[in-house]
Design a binder for this molecule. Structure first.
Ligand SMILES: Cc1cc2nc3c(=O)[nH]c(=O)nc-3n(C[C@H](O)[C@H](O)[C@H](O)COP(=O)(O)OP(=O)(O)OC[C@H]3O[C@@H](n4cnc5c(N)ncnc54)[C@H](O)[C@@H]3O)c2cc1C
Length: 403
């Protein structure tokens, strides 16, 4: 029988609202504290939720609200040096659900509020104090709040991660800055398909939107690291010029870059991957989502894994008597799976910024890559077919879990 009654959730992005809603379902009162002044603040561009992530949302009743705002995508193409190949897909799995990031935040926030989760904004965590009876969070405005446990859902630059372990690693920069836009495009863009394009100088991806336009995301090589604030401080005219130059020989990349306007361009910021984090929890504090396992945007799994971990953490706190036991089971259920996905994504990251020789080799090897490396059952099957048995006791799963 669990002794955990209350939780402070730090961060109101994706993992935060999901873990709070799942905790409520598990009989634990949760309250979310977000540093920004409101939900979906200053974020944009598209995000694809994988079937495993959507299935985890279904467990807390948030699957339908997200499907309502999403575009289902059933096919995937790969394009190398302009040559297009359809990637084999998994049979009998639901489609990817492509959502606008800010709409996803809004939907998850709304679902959590309707379920009864209170949110507080302008609350940036700076410190904690912990004793046998509970944990107290202190925010920059001087206010405090106390509960049985504190969940760090505070993203890739997590403060909670450093409070757990001051020597914790930070994210590794991938040498690329991300951009997103939805724009008009006359080029032939296949319907119901997401295309991953290894262009002449840089990687990008694109898909058609419901209103007849085309959404695209660019991974622009950029040696020097830029914080999001620094990247956004650079005038968009500069970024558009650079994008147009970089993708000028690509089809439809050239047209997409040319037609994207300053208003349409979203500067997503530096792209990262989290190396393995040695300590997922300490005392009454635990991490979830990008704070502990950001597998990089190449995985297409960051948000989905964050959602899965959020649900699994709530299940563990429901089923294990103490926070310490719950956190230990949670880590054992999750670490292997999330590190496996990050390792697969790391291989893709290397191919996004290849030199000229590697680029030529990729073109020659493409059909073979599609047949072997891209064996969907082997690469995607374990990721996308993963399902959480919410009703079963969490510790029972340890004997059967994989990936
Ligand atoms: C370019 C790009 C494309 C991507 N594409 C995909 C994709 O297609 N599919 C996919 O599944 N994933 C994708 N991802 C990854 C996905 O966006 C993340 O994995 C996901 O947002 C992680 O959710 P989170 O809740 O852990 O963190 P976040 O969404 O980052 O939320 C963390 C929240 O914590 C708040 N916070 C931070 N510090 C504090 C503090 N001290 N006190 C209080 N609040 C705080 C922040 O303001 C933020 O709201 C992509 C990422 C990038 C960069």
């Amino acid at each position: 029988m669990s002794t955990t009654r209350t939780a402070l959730v730090i961060g109101g992005g994706i993992a935060g609202p999901v873990v709070a809603t799942a905790l409520l379902e598990a009989g634990i009162e949760a309250r979310v504290y977000e540093a920004y002044p409101g939900p979906s603040y200053g974020i944009g561009s598209g995000l694809a939720l994988a079937p495993n992530g959507v299935a985890a949302l279904d467990l807390i009743g948030a699957g339908d609200p997200v499907r309502d705002i999403a575009l289902p995508v059933t096919k995937m193409n790969m394009s190398v040096g302009g040559k297009l190949l359809q990637l084999p897909s998994l049979s009998e799995v639901p489609p990817l659900q492509v959502v606008d990031r800010s709409e996803l935040h809004r939907a998850l926030h709304q679902h959590a509020v309707t379920a009864g989760v209170p949110f507080e904004y302008n609350k940036r965590l700076v410190d904690v104090r912990e004793d046998e009876s509970g944990i107290t969070a202190r925010f920059t405005d001087g206010s405090t709040s106390t509960a049985d446990v504190l969940v760090g859902a505070d993203g890739i630059r997590s403060t909670v991660r450093n409070l757990i372990d001051p020597n914790a690693p930070g994210p590794d920069y991938l040498g690329m800055v991300g951009f997103g836009a939805v724009t008009e495009c006359d080029a032939d863009v296949p319907p119901d398909t997401m295309t991953f394009a290894f262009g002449k100088r840089a990687y990008y991806l694109y898909w058609p939107t419901a209103d007849g336009r085309v959404a695209w995301g660019a991974n622009l090589p950029h040696k020097e690291y830029l914080s999001l604030t620094a990247a956004r401080a650079i005038p968009k005219t500069h970024w558009l010029e650079t994008l147009r130059e970089t993708y000028r020989d690509d089809n439809p990349g050239g047209e997409l870059a040319r037609r994207t306007t300053e208003d349409q361009l979203e500067v997503v910021g530096a792209l990262h991957i989290m190396p393995p984090v040695p300590h997922w929890y300490r005392g009454r504090m635990v991490l979830v989502g990008d704070a502990v396992h950001a597998p990089s945007n190449s995985s297409g799994q960051g948000a989905s894994l964050a959602i899965e971990s959020a649900v699994q953490l709530a299940r563990c706190l429901r089923d294990l008597p103490t926070p310490a036991e719950a956190f230990a089971v949670y880590e054992r259920l999750r670490r292997g799976r999330v590190e496996g996905v990050a390792a697969r994504a790391a291989k893709i990251n290397h191919s996004k910024t290849p030199g000229p020789v590697a680029r030529k080799a990729m073109q020659l090897l493409m059909p073979l890559m599609v047949k072997t490396l891209m064996n969907p059952e082997k690469t995607m099957g374990p990721e996308q077919r993963y399902r959480i048995d919410w009703d079963a006791p969490a510790d029972d799963e340890l004997t059967t879990s994989s990936v």
